[in-house]
Write a protein of this length. Structure first.
Length: 116
């Protein structure tokens, strides 16, 4: 296939995948950027934290019985929530700048979950 043929094919595919959006309606926030529902928050539990001079990690269980070992800078699975700080018995998550409201915070502690 020639360059021109590839270019036409890519143009055709890209326009076919474009979504129509009403410019007079507010943009839809991607679900993974939103704060989890209260029922969903209860499914995430911090089981423990590990830290030394240079590394921090958290052991978390999630929905469906999933087990996750996260280090600072990694994302909560299936979301835009990044583990910003891991301390003794506490993990602070912040959603990324790709989200409409990047200042939301989610904090998991051994006892409960807090949101700001």
């Amino acid at each position: 296939m020639t360059r021109r043929g590839l270019w036409c094919l890519s143009l055709l595919l890209s326009t076919a995948q474009a979504e129509d959006r009403d410019p007079f309606q507010p943009p839809v926030i991607r679900p993974q950027c939103q704060l989890p529902e209260k029922a969903d928050l209860r499914q995430w539990q911090l089981k423990g934290t590990l830290s030394d001079q240079t590394h921090q990690a958290a052991y978390i269980t999630g929905p469906g019985g999933g087990h996750y070992f996260l280090q600072a800078g990694e994302y909560l699975p299936g979301s835009e929530w990044k583990a910003e700080r891991i301390g003794r018995g506490k993990v602070l998550f912040r959603n990324t700048s790709a989200c409409e409201k990047p200042l939301w915070q989610l904090s998991l502690t051994r006892e409960s979950t807090y949101e700001k």
